[in-house]
Design a protein around this ligand. Structure first.
Ligand code: SF4
Ligand code: SF4
Length: 424
């Protein structure tokens, strides 16, 4: 099995299994085991089953692990449960990879395909008979949340916009927008750039590609390793010592630790990028801690629900979005404290897992419906799609509230319509 896995990642994860005390804490925290008998739970599928995988055989129930990482975070013994599960899944899928799982990992290809025909593509995704046919042929659930295509990619916007005339006293930073931020959640990428420029940075956006997270979570380690290494080279080409800011919480996690801990990628390029990359809100919090954040926010009398995605929690950095949003006067933040929205990247798209994903997310959806906020905030794209679909509410990246509180949304509206009001 080791020839399918990164030796470093697998050896490290395997070495941790002997520390399991069978306390079952991970069992009580696993959001998937709580909602379905199809998944026997992290202790059984992780450290317990791993002891018997030396012959390469893997119990297929491991595929029901969503990879949310809650078990690894909760284990008092430091057992790399989620990592072991991901590695076992990769070994299992070497013989059972489906066309569906290959297609849904091609995020950039989907973006390139949908962008030129965005209105048509978005309309097609709402045609019921078509979704039923896709479910029957490919196994993508008919009710699974789908990304919304936009007619202009982020890079097209970035290249065409007028060069900012304001000085950039803080110098350059590299922006990594991720696949979704390049093609689907383009507004988040634009707002991140505008906030960074407002703070006095010159934003550099190198040509970039996918971090390989979707491939990694579907067991395509070889392809994911090639993708993450190519991305690191591209990000490094923009400057060897610049901060790298990412508006995708899940891609940040891949670059900081998942590529190494799960796939065993141990290159200097990954180490360098992993040390320099910051999630957007983490970067703003660091500025604030250094007394370098402009806190002249306009009052925003609003209630928001904030949901911290699993991949962000896995970075063990607390909740920077709440720390930063708390600085905006008038904002009431309801923290979800729910383990997972159920989506887990591409997990919730799959026909056989859609019901599980919905059941996992139900406590979050209920909390949001009860709170009835004006806005839901979450740092990763696929989680936002899942929450939007389930609640019908607007769900945005936390940067959108910062953008608004700096008055940048009003500035943009005035640029588009000089008669627009100047308020936030
Ligand atoms: S939480 Fe850790 S130590 Fe406890 S049963 Fe799970 S893997 Fe074992
Ligand atoms: S990664 Fe998440 S779904 Fe998988 S075993 Fe751990 S807690 Fe359960």
């Amino acid at each position: 099995m080791d020839d399918l896995l990164g030796l470093v990642g697998h050896a490290e994860a395997r070495a941790s299994l002997d520390h399991c005390l069978k306390c079952t804490i991970c069992e009580t925290q696993c959001p998937v085991a709580a909602v379905t008998p199809l998944f026997p739970g992290p202790k059984y599928v992780g450290p317990q089953a791993e002891r018997f995988r030396a012959d390469g055989s893997v119990d297929h129930s491991v595929d029901y692990c969503s990879g949310c990482g809650t078990c690894t975070l909760s284990c008092p013994q430091g057992v790399k449960i989620a990592e072991l599960n991901s590695q076992a899944r990769a070994a299992m899928k070497a013989d059972h990879m489906t066309v569906r799982d290959r297609i849904i990992t091609q995020t950039i290809a989907m973006g390139k395909l949908m962008t030129p025909v965005a209105p048509l593509a978005n309309a097609a995704l709402r045609v019921r008979p078509l979704r039923v046919a896709v479910e029957a042929t490919l196994g993508i659930h008919r009710d699974a949340p789908m990304p919304k295509a936009t007619s202009q990619t982020f890079m097209a916007w970035f290249r065409k916009r007028p060069v900012p005339s304001a000085p950039a006293p803080r110098g350059p930073v590299v922006f990594f927008h991720g696949c979704a931020g390049g093609y689907f959640e383009v507004e988040t990428s634009k707002m991140t750039v505008e906030v960074l420029e407002h703070l006095g940075y010159r934003v550099v956006v190198p040509e970039q590609g996918c971090c390989g997270l979707a491939q990694q979570s579907n067991g395509l380690f070889e392809q994911a390793t090639a993708a993450v290494l190519a991305l690191c080279d591209r990000l490094r080409s923009a400057g060897s010592d610049l901060p790298i800011i990412s508006s995708s919480g899940s891609c940040t996690g891949m670059l900081k630790h998942e590529a190494r801990e799960i796939m065993g990628v141990s290159s200097e390029a990954l180490r360098d990028v992993g040390l320099r990359i910051r999630d957007t809100m983490e970067f703003l919090r660091e500025l604030h801690e250094a007394n370098a954040l402009d806190t002249s926010f306009r009052r925003q009398d609003t209630t928001v629900v904030y949901h911290a995605p699993c991949q962000l929690k896995g970075q063990a950095m607390g909740l920077p979005a709440i720390d930063v949003l708390s600085l905006i006067p008038g904002v009431t933040i309801v923290e979800s404290e729910v383990a997972c929205c159920g989506m887990a990247g591409t997990y919730g798209l799959k026909k056989e897992k859609h019901a599980v994903a919905q059941a996992v997310g139900e406590p979050l959806f209920t909390l949001i419906r009860d709170a009835a906020p004006e806005l839901v905030l979450c740092d990763t794209e696929t989680c936002r799609w899942q929450i939007r679909e389930a609640t019908g509410l607007p769900v945005e990246h936390p940067i959108s509230l910062v953008h608004r509180a700096y008055g940048l949304s009003a500035t943009r509206a005035r640029r588009a319509d000089p008669g627009a009001p100047s308020g936030a």
